[in-house]
Structures are given as C-alpha cells and as structure tokens.
Design a protein around this ligand. Structure first.
Ligand code: NAD
Length: 394
C-alpha cells in the first residue's frame, strides 16, 4: 500500500501530494462472477497517478487471473478494503465490506439507490463518498460511463440465447431435404438498450421478430434492425421523461396495452419483456391468461424479473413452467457473460473515475452534473435526492 500519506482528495482535505490507492475487491454476493476492473485498464489508472491493488482471485470467475493484473502493474492485496482510498465495485458493498472500509474512502459501483436505503445509510456513517453508477445522467457526455446500458446490452444478448436453448424449435428458416422449417417468432416488449440488443441477436439467429415500446421514437431503431414495430392504438405522446427513461402509465393504460398485445403474445414462440420504469415495480404486461394463450413449449425470458417481472407468473430468480410455457426469471444475466460484462463495466467505471481524478487526486466538482448526478453519500451525509426520497418513503 502507498507509503506516503494516502487520502481521497475530497475537497476540503489537505493539498499535499499523495499517492492514491485504488482497490479492486473480489465480489462476494452469491452468483456474482464479474469484476469491477479488468487487467488491460490497469496501465491507464497507473498513468493517472493511482496505485492499483487487486484482491487475490478478484478476476478469477470472469477469466482474469491474478497474474494478468500483476503483469499490467497492479499489486495483490488481501486486505483490500482496509487500505484503499478508492474502491471499484460491481455489487453494493455488503455490511462486512462497509465495516472494513477505510473511513472517507471513495466507492464507485452499483449501489441500488432505489432499494438499498440501509446500506447507503451505513456507507454515509462510514463517511464514504459513494457514486451509484445507476444514477449516471443520460447525457451524451456520460455515454462512455453508462454502466447500466453496458449491462443491458449483455442481458439483451444473453436473454435470446437462453430462450433459443430452451425453445423446442429452431430460430432460423431451414430448407432441408426433410422439408422446410418455419422460423421462430420472437416478440420483444420494450425496445430500450436491452430490447434492441435482443432484437439484433434474435434476428442474427434468423427469427422473425416483432417489438413494441411505449416510446414511439424507437420505431425507426426497431425497423433498422430488421424487426417489425407493432403499432398499438394507445396514446403514448407522454411516454418519455426528460431523463430518456419511460414514464409510468396508469393501470387503465396497462390494461388496454395487455388487451392489445394479447394476439402478439399468443402468436409468439418466444416473448422477451424488458419494460422498466426506474425506481418502480416493473409494469405487469403479460397476465396468466396471456400465458395460457401461448403454445405449450413456448418460452418467456423476463428481463424485468429484477423489478418484479413484466409477466405475472414470473418467479424472480427461477425458471418455472406454467401452462406448458417456460418462464425464465433469472436474475443478473450479465454475470453469466462475465468476461465481456466485466470488460464493458470496467470501461465505464474507469472512464468515470478518470473524470474525477485530477493530478492523482479525486477532485470533486459538485457543480458538474456528471459528478453530482451519481453522488449518493459525501462527508457523512446522504446527498442524493433519489435516495432521500426512497428512505423517506420507508
Ligand atoms: P429501461 O431499461 O428503463 O426500459 C426498457 C424499455 O422499456 C424502454 O425503452 C422503455 O421505454 C420501455 N417500456 C417501459 N414501459 C413500457 C411498456 N408499458 N410497454 C412497452 N415498453 C415499455 O430503458 P433503457 O433501455 O435503459 O433506455 C431507454 C432509452 O434511453 C433508450 O432509448 C436509450 O437509447 C436511451 N439512453 C440514452 C443514454 C444517453 O443519452 N446517455 C444512455 C442510455 C440510454
């Protein structure tokens, strides 16, 4: 660990030249195979004046052995939390990790700002400066730091592969000596980052793809990927918030949407719902009746499972069979493609960290929306309005 006096460089802290130590722990949440930093990015951080420390085994489950980090100039450190001025994480720190964290450390990673009030409170008590990657503003300048979009890309891709592996049909049109095989029909609900990646992947596998989104602006993107945009006679002018995310609609709206989507769900071999509204339970768009209308052997991969699911029969974290239909509600799909998911995730967090570091120190410009947006705790306080609102609601 650095021999000179270490510090985070938060404003108000002294100005003496120090060496900032950056720690990359092994993720401890069950099933998490990603790592927050891949070896190829170590030289970039060293060049910015940081000393990089990696907990032994941190990258092992993602395909990055300790030796690869050491070759790139990182050092191995078992007691990673105790010594690190800056910690790069994937999952929010656990209570044990928070207890081991150096007071005043900077933590960058997913923080689950909409559901993890107690954890964030504990981090504030530890005087940690925490950045939640989920709250990165959706502005052009922040695109390379958009961890959520990066992980949605992975999830959208993998959802199609899971569906293809479970389906009792081929995806492509096949013309064989044994006759012609019709292509599978895939219906994607929600054409955001994950949905568009799912459309592209299903098309590459040769399926006939249809998609629907409440934001009419995505029609062109859907069509450019070779899928058909389903037009429902629903009033959706007000579907998009200033943030670029979808707005929640009324229950009456969802009821009409379900009625109008029934025929598309019934005709599909695979349905991949991805519809999310930030901070809220995912809207129920596929009812039991709609599942019953599907051919037995069909597959639903519910990418909204983490937020309760778009299908009312989804069991988050499990694959179940209902009315002969496979309903997959597996959580954390990005972790099932850990090599590339880690590579993409670490690019976003590294770009963000380098945005914060000036002359080898973390230098917070709280007037910058890129810094202020994801900041959830600072100097012992919860500073994020999002998190304050979640805690106030209880
Ligand atoms: P998301 O994961 O929050 O939601 C997934 C999709 O579900 C969205 O497209 C949403 O419109 C849709 N949806 C919500 N309710 C629905 C319903 N009832 N029926 C059908 N669809 C419904 O969204 P996301 O994928 O993260 O991104 C949404 C948009 O933001 C995309 O257009 C994306 O390109 C844009 N974006 C911009 C930036 C940036 O400018 N930096 C970064 C990331 C994403």
């Amino acid at each position: 660990m650095p021999t000179e006096e270490s510090k985070t460089g938060n404003e108000g802290v002294g100005t003496a030249r120090t060496v900032l130590s950056l720690g990359v722990p092994k993720e401890t949440v069950a099933g998490e195979r990603r790592v927050a930093l891949v070896p190829e990015l170590v030289p970039k951080l060293s060049k910015a004046g940081l000393e990089v420390y990696v907990q032994p085994g941190a990258g092992a489950t993602a395909g990055f052995p300790d030796s690869a980090y050491v070759e790139q100039g990182a050092r191995l450190e078992p007691d990673i939390f105790v010594h690190s001025d800056v910690v790069l994480k994937v999952q929010p720190p656990t209570p044990e990790e928070i207890a081991a964290l150096k007071e005043g450390a900077v933590v960058i990673g997913f923080a689950q700002p909409y559901s993890n009030g107690p954890g964030i409170q504990a981090l504030a008590s530890r005087k940690a400066t925490v950045f939640a990657m989920e709250l990165m503003p959706r502005i052009t300048r922040a695109q390379a730091m958009d961890a959520l979009s990066a992980m949605s890309t992975v999830a959208g891709y993998k959802a199609v592969l899971v569906a293809a592996a479970r389906l009792d049909k081929f995806f492509p049109l096949l013309m064989t000596a044994a006759g012609t095989v019709k292509p599978a029909r895939v219906f994607i609900i929600g054409a955001g980052v994950a949905g568009l990646q799912a459309i592209g992947t299903a098309r590459r596998l040769g399926a006939v793809v249809e998609a629907y989104d409440t934001r009419p602006a995505v029609k062109e993107q859907v069509e450019s990927l070779g899928a058909k945009f389903v037009e429902l006679a629903l009033e959706t002018k007000d579907a998009e918030a200033k943030t670029g995310y979808a707005k929640a609609q009324s229950e009456e709206f969802y009821q009409r949407q379900r009625q109008m989507m029934l025929q598309y769900v019934a005709a599909a071999d695979v349905v991949i719902p991805t519809a999310l509204v930030p901070g809220q339970r995912a809207p129920v768009l596929i009812t039991e009746e709609m599942v019953r209308s599907m051919r037995p052997g069909s597959v639903i991969v519910d990418l909204a499972a983490e937020q309760g699911g778009n299908c009312e029969l989804t069991v988050p974290g499990q694959e179940v069979e209902r009315h002969g239909v496979v309903i997959n509600g597996l959580l954390n799909l990005p972790s099932t493609v850990p090599f590339h998911a880690s590579q993409m995730y670490s690019r976003t967090v590294t770009t963000f960290l380098l945005h914060l570091v000036k002359d080898g120190l973390v230098d917070l410009d709280l007037g910058d929306e890129l810094t202020r947006g994801p900041l959830v705790t600072h100097q012992g306080e919860i500073v994020s309005e999002v998190v304050k609102a979640v805690i106030a609601k209880g």
